[in-house]
Design a protein around this ligand. Structure first.
Ligand code: FAQ
Length: 316
């Protein structure tokens, strides 16, 4: 049988994608497809884990036992999401140790949004409603991506994110029914989290170097700007519904496109944050490094146990 060339293999791969078939871990894939998925999925997993920090900051200060229990469960869910996605990324041939080394050395990114501080209880509402809301829009699209292990992880994650979204909205709706001070606190959270939430979708399409390739491979099903607009269209009516004002003087509804037009995002701020110069970048990495160092004994114990079990099984 005649061996096929690399070019032919890539053409066959693309045809498979174009037919809407799903790529599984053991299927042949171009090296670049594998690398791009590792980049994107590991960054996503890191975002879930680093994303536990801003909300974790409020567990001890939640205003009631019910709020504390809900927040604890939410933060724990995010840790679980990180684990599913790390597992999914491992199917591409990278070890978890390598991914964590890349996060801790600053080589791998995590979402820009988690470099902003949580100053008041209303910020917890804003994260659930806006940040999880943005994540759902992005992840619902990823649930239809061409790589099976990633797509399947997204299905379960999106179900959980829907609860997170509702609990955040409920926190803000409650505050908006409260005292003038509580309303002001909710509006202040909205003012600080709105624009960074829009930035979560990545740079505008014209400045997104990875999009063309990822869309050709159906890893991304929609562009950054398309998903951002979808988020604005869904979220503005929700804000109005509870009396929150969207902090954008240029926001207007276009009757023809049946979509909102919104003001210019501060891209300088976005690029500054992803370069490591956001308000909390250093604090977040330090917290992860500390947790990793303090968890060394757990990893060692788990490894020793696994080795002992393997030796026992081999002897049996
Ligand atoms: N932050 O060419 P593109 C969550 C980087 S999960 C930091 O457009 P791409 C759940 C990008 O990596 C949130 N960096 O890139 C939760 C690239 O740099 P590189 C995370 C960003 O990959 C809720 C460069 O800019 N979700 O929130 C960001 O085609 C509450 C050029 O950009 C995911 O990761 C950013 N926002 O599109 C947890 C979803 N945007 O790597 C706790 C999966 C862009 O070449 C509490 N990822 N960059 O050095 C994606 O969908 C895509 O990777 C995008 C970026 C859309 C984020």
């Amino acid at each position: 049988m005649q061996a096929i060339s690399e070019q032919e293999r890539e053409a066959q791969f693309q045809a498979k994608i174009d037919r809407g078939e799903i790529i599984e871990a053991k299927d042949w894939m171009p090296e670049r497809y594998r690398k791009q998925l590792i980049r994107m999925m590991s960054q996503h997993a890191h975002s879930e884990v680093v994303g536990m920090l801003p909300e974790g900051n409020w567990i001890t200060r939640a205003p009631s036992l019910r709020r504390k229990a809900v927040l604890l469960a939410k933060v724990q869910d995010e840790g679980g999401h990180g684990l599913y996605i790390y597992c999914g990324t491992e199917t591409l041939g990278i070890s978890r140790e390598q991914m964590l080394d890349d996060l801790l050395s600053g080589k791998a990114k995590y979402s820009s949004i988690f470099n902003y501080p949580t100053l008041t209880w209303a910020d917890i509402g804003a994260i659930g409603w806006l940040v999880d809301g943005a994540a759902i829009i992005n992840q619902t699209a990823l649930a239809k991506c061409s790589y099976g292990p990633y797509a399947r992880a997204m299905v379960r994650i999106c179900k959980e994110e829907n609860f997170h979204h509702k609990q955040g909205y409920e926190i803000l709706a409650t505050l908006m029914r409260g005292t003038a001070e509580q309303k002001a606190m909710a509006q202040d959270a909205m003012n600080r989290w709105w624009w960074p939430s829009l930035m979560m979708f990545g740079p505008s399409d014209a400045n997104s170097p990875n999009s063309d390739e990822l869309m050709r491979w159906k890893v991304k099903r929609y562009s950054n700007d398309e998903l951002r607009t979808r988020f604005v269209d869904r979220t503005v009516p929700q804000a109005e519904n509870i009396g929150l004002k969207v902090p954008d003087a240029d926001l207007k509804y276009n009757e023809q496109t049946r979509s909102y037009e919104f003001g210019e995002i501060n891209w300088e701020e976005f690029f500054n944050v992803i370069k490591g110069n956001g308000i909390c970048n250093k604090e977040r990495l330090m917290a992860r490094k500390k947790a990793h160092a303090e968890g060394a004994w757990v990893r060692e114990a788990a490894e020793a146990y696994a080795k002992k079990k393997a030796t026992k099984n081999a002897a049996a």
